[in-house]
Design a protein around this ligand. Sequence first.
Ligand code: GTP
Ligand code: CA
Length: 388
Amino acid sequence: MLKTVDRRVKPGLSSYDDDPQEAANSLIPLLEEAEGVIPEELQPTTPIRLGATAGLRILGEEKSEKILKAVRDLFQTNSSLEYKSEWVTVLEGYQEGSYLWVAMNYLLGNLGNKYSDTVGVVDLGGGSVQMAYALSKEAAANAPNISIGNNPYVTKQLLNETNYYLYAYSYLHYGLFAARAEILEAVDGPYSYCVLGGYAGSYKYSGKVYNASASPSGSSYSKCRVEAIKALKINEICTYQDCTFGGVWSGGGGDGQKNLYVASSFYYTAAEVGFIDSETPNALVRPSDFKKAAKIACKSSLEEANVTYPNVTEDNLPYICMDLVYEYTLLVDGFGLKPTQEITLVTKVEYGDSYVNAAWPLGSAIEVVSSQSPQSPALKSFRRLWIQ
Ligand SMILES: Nc1nc2c(ncn2[C@@H]2O[C@H](COP(=O)(O)OP(=O)(O)OP(=O)(O)O)[C@@H](O)[C@H]2O)c(=O)[nH]1
Ligand SMILES: [Ca+2]
């Protein structure tokens, strides 16, 4: 049984942008927890890897490299696990999307099925949003080679003795928190119709401060939709047969995308606003549910929202209209889903007698374990440590 330790510490590495040592030290509880579940004798042959994602990509090369160097030093000096410097990296966006696809289909028992019997994934992070799904061999043969940012659109993966042609793309700056900055930055004029009435603050993201004053008449669903569509650059020129947004190739859709599992912030917002039960680890919804919830939220003042949404944290509350409108716009105008298409919001998947976090590190662990030689002790223990 592949055992992974899945724990989180907040805030993420990118929050320590001016203090690399603090960033590395923030991982110590994770390191200790992981070493606590791996038998002593297996620790020298159990690889430890760190994958940074959009938060560090947005921070830029210089600051992120300083943080990664501090993490490498920590792993080298304070850990008894197998360490290589190249295992501490900023993941490529397409890797982050592909790893979640592998993790989700592994947990659902789909690896080995034909491509049309796998699920597609959407992962709304803080800094980026990823989409990944399997293509037919023919569709893959006609894929554009390289995407904007020099990542491949399609990679070939051999999983459970089955070849998959995996479309994966990561939209940097379109994770939930980064998108708020995009929307606020794209606003003409002194306020945003996406911010709840009564809020006159500012929004901080990745070291920058944005004016987040609400309009005197408060937020408006229809006007916020206009702002979100503008921020998504929906009408960017498309040089392919079919694009999602920002001129990105859509992958062409198909049977590998018909069943979509939608993770991270999509789930958190729906659970905290209450249109899904936060006790259930996954729920069948439609994009139109985000629209319905957005219309209610965008009619609220900050004061009213404080009462209506007890599970939304204070720092997220002024943006609850914005987040719901953005999530609906991303699904329908961005990814081209029908408002009535059923999708599965997911945070965990039942696997054996437990629930496992549906997150990309498991996909990367599967890649490492399947690349190990059959004799490797780490493979025998199947114990993996992954810190995201
Ligand atoms: N509302 C809410 N947000 C959460 C929760 N857990 C994590 N988040 C936030 O949701 C965002 C997306 O989650 P993750 O994908 O884990 O975040 P991340 O990996 O730092 O984001 P990227 O680097 O863009 O991938 C993060 O910015 C988290 O701060 C939660 O329980 N509720
Ligand atoms: Ca993430």
